[in-house]
Design a protein around this ligand. Structure first.
Ligand code: 7TS
Length: 419
């Protein structure tokens, strides 16, 4: 298929007005090394639309004050906006109550919170935490730290060479010493969408709670925590068109109620004396100190933006882009796709035989094309595939067929340079 035919055909079926969407993202409108920017590093972080930038700017220009404390107008407005953002997050993932939504710095902090607090409550020497072979380091290292503190151990759900979890042995991996199963909803290095329903069912049948790392999911897949019956769900705003430094932990209220505070400080208490401190109600007990108010408001605006376009339309567009890119990749004989799961979203990890991914990334950058190269904070995945690094293109709502054409034109240039 030629570039023009592909673009026209795909433009029609995706039912997304890409030019309109691209105009929402001011950063996209620039040249890099004299070429139009093709931003294909969305799994690392997405760009921000006007809606998000403006919401943050408006907050600082009109409403800035500390939350939950002042009786004055500005503090009331800031609190209203901050708590309004919490309600948007609740609705976005269909939690039953805002008491179940804790604002955190991002997926990493959310996992550390659960490991620190829930881990302290439930994990003892000889216990097990189950993770998978395809986790981001954020969903490995906090559990290893917990294991070091407690004498517990990690067990790992393996994956096959397509980058799909092998669940045949899950009933044996999860045993009566398992205290938690923590797996990614979507893999950041492979794009695999994991069969989380089956994992949750198997774990729950044994009375074991499940944490899903949704960092790579929430921009692409609509998430319903009640339908999933998941116990903990974590995500970062910056991977879904929101600002950095903010994200959310969803936890079932019945679990959160018994969990000890993760950090101490202002806002998380109801009464302090030197003899005893009483903690605040949920979710404030887990939000010590002045929170990232503008960040939460930005996350709320990102949710408004995503829902105004519709996750189903976004998913359809990104699926078509991934399919188009995958078809093109398959025509290059010395290109190896890393991660060929049946269910994937938005990520194409690959290798060009004999060429270091960093060289690919550098040459692409000179063409204005931004991709990520490296181990993607998923070193066990690299070990599985026997490589040190991959090149990774990851797609978002504003990406186009032309950008994918440019990616492959540039990859062909790379091949010529190195042959
Ligand atoms: N979990 C997954 C699956 C991720 O992809 C990432 C970040 C994190 C957790 C951590 O998120 P943070 O917002 O707390 O940093 N992933 C990537 C990536 O793939 N490239 O850069 C960051």
């Amino acid at each position: 298929m030629t570039r023009d035919h592909a673009s026209a055909a795909h433009g029609l079926t995706s039912a997304l007005d890409i030019e309109h969407v691209r105009n929402d993202f001011p950063v996209l409108n620039q040249q890099i090394h004299g070429k139009p920017l093709a931003y294909l590093d969305n799994a690392a972080t997405t760009q921000k639309p006007h809606h998000v930038i403006d919401a943050i700017k408006y907050y600082y220009e009109h409403d800035n004050a500390n939350v939950h404390r002042g009786v004055h107008q500005l503090s009331e407005r800031a609190t209203h906006a901050y708590e309004g953002a919490r309600e948007k997050v609740r609705k976005f993932i269909n939690a039953s109550s805002t008491r179940e939504i804790v604002f955190v710095r991002g997926a990493t902090e959310a996992i550390n919170l659960v490991a620190g607090s829930y881990g302290q409550l439930t994990v003892r020497a000889g216990d097990r935490i189950v993770v998978s072979e395809m986790e981001h380091h954020s969903n490995i290292v906090p559990w290893q730290l917990l294991c070091e503190r407690t004498g517990a151990a990690l067990r790992v759900i393996p994956m096959n060479d397509k980058g799909e979890l092998i669940l045949d042995g899950l009933n044996e991996i999860i045993d009566d010493r398992t205290r938690l199963v923590a797996v990614s909803h979507v893999s950041n290095s492979l794009g695999t969408v994991n069969p989380v329903n089956r994992i949750i069912e198997t774990a729950h049948a044994k009375g074991v709670p499940v944490l899903l790392d949704g960092a790579q999911a929430t921009a692409h897949i609509s998430v319903d925590v009640q339908a999933l019956d998941v116990d903990f769900y974590v995500f970062s705003a910056h991977k879904m068109y929101g600002p950095t430094g903010i994200g959310a932990l969803y936890a079932k209220e019945k679990l959160l109620r018994d969990m000890p505070p993760y950090q101490g400080g202002g806002d998380m208490i109801s009464m302090v004396t030197f003899d005893k401190t009483l903690y605040n109600e949920l979710p404030f007990r887990f939000e010590a100190g002045t929170p990232h108010i503008a960040g939460a408001i930005g996350l709320g605006a990102a949710i408004d933006y995503l829902t105004s376009i519709g996750l189903d339309r976004i998913a359809r567009h990104e699926h078509e882009l991934l399919q188009y890119a995958t078809e093109k990749a398959l025509t290059i004989p010395d290109l190896r796709i890393v991660g060929t799961a049946q269910h994937k979203v938005s990520i194409l990890s690959f290798l060009l035989e004999g060429i270091h991914p960093h060289d690919i990334g550098t040459i692409l950058d000179h063409q204005g094309i931004a991709i990520r190269t490296g181990h993607h904070c998923a070193m066990p995945v690299m070990t599985h595939f026997g490589v040190a690094a991959t090149a990774r293109a990851s797609f978002a709502i504003y990406n186009t067929y032309q950008e994918i054409d440019r990616l492959f034109d540039a990859l062909n240039e790379v091949r010529k340079v190195f042959r």
